[in-house]
Design a protein around this ligand. Structure first.
Ligand code: AMP
Length: 219
């Protein structure tokens, strides 16, 4: 049995066409079922639904053989666990593309704050990425970990800046925030458990190769 860990929403939706191209059809709609293990048209392949931030953990510890997760989630997982031993990253699937950026309230002089080295407070779900980014600039910041609605932090005075994912920029605009730094581009990656790859090489390789071919034809 091959187990693929996915999270509901954007990643699941954008993975379906890649699965289809690999000849794998998920038999349940995750929005209509409460099942967490979904069968596919291939009796030896199943999908498990986990929280986005849990995908690297499932794959690293072998709860799933493969998983699809954002580069953002993967970097945070690595920062938190001091490495990603046992996780092989064979493929950039080029789905769920966005960027991770620093944003501030309209009118906040970010450039001056950075220049003067004034100790900014930065709210984010991405503490590892933010810590590394500001350290690389030689700027000390106080980080506040949030789990959602980051946009609210500069508006309520909780923080001077946020580090968050940006796609169209509409969410920032709607909340009178402006993007002041583009930290990195993000897309979803296929991750594979290293031991599973050794033990079940042929079926896992087949999925990796089918995904690679699907990505190549879609871009
Ligand atoms: P947008 O308004 O299009 O810039 O989207 C920004 C909002 O969507 C933010 O709340 C982000 O956290 C979220 N978001 C954007 N792109 C992604 C993505 N690829 N994966 C997960 N969340 C995203």
């Amino acid at each position: 049995m091959i187990t693929l860990a996915l999270s509901k929403g954007r990643i699941f939706d954008e993975t379906l066409p890649l699965l289809r191209a690999a000849g794998i059809e998920v038999l349940d709609d995750p929005d209509k079922t409460r099942k967490l293990i979904l069968a596919t048209n291939q009796p030896e392949v199943r999908v498990v639904l986990v929280r986005a931030t849990d995908v690297p953990t499932y794959v690293q510890y072998g709860g799933a053989d493969l998983g699809i997760t954002g580069k953002d989630t993967l970097l945070e997982h690595t920062a938190e666990w001091g490495g990603n031993a046992g996780l092989v990253q064979p493929l950039d699937l080029q789905i769920a593309k966005c960027r991770i950026s620093v944003a501030v309230r309209e009118g906040f002089d970010y450039a001056a704050a950075m220049r003067q080295g004034s100790r900014m407070t930065v709210a984010t779900k991405y503490v590892g990425i933010a810590r590394e980014f500001f350290a690389s600039k030689g700027v000390h910041v106080d980080l506040i970990k949030l789990y959602g609605s980051m946009e609210l932090a500069p508006l309520t005075g909780l923080a001077d800046a946020i580090v968050d994912l940006v796609s169209t920029g509409n969410t920032l605009k709607a909340n009178h925030l402006v993007e002041v730094e583009h930290i990195m581009d993000i897309s979803s990656r296929l991750v594979v458990n290293q031991a599973a790859l050794k033990l079940k090489t042929a079926p896992i390789r087949q999925i990796i190769d089918a995904f690679a071919a699907a990505v190549a034809t879609q871009h």
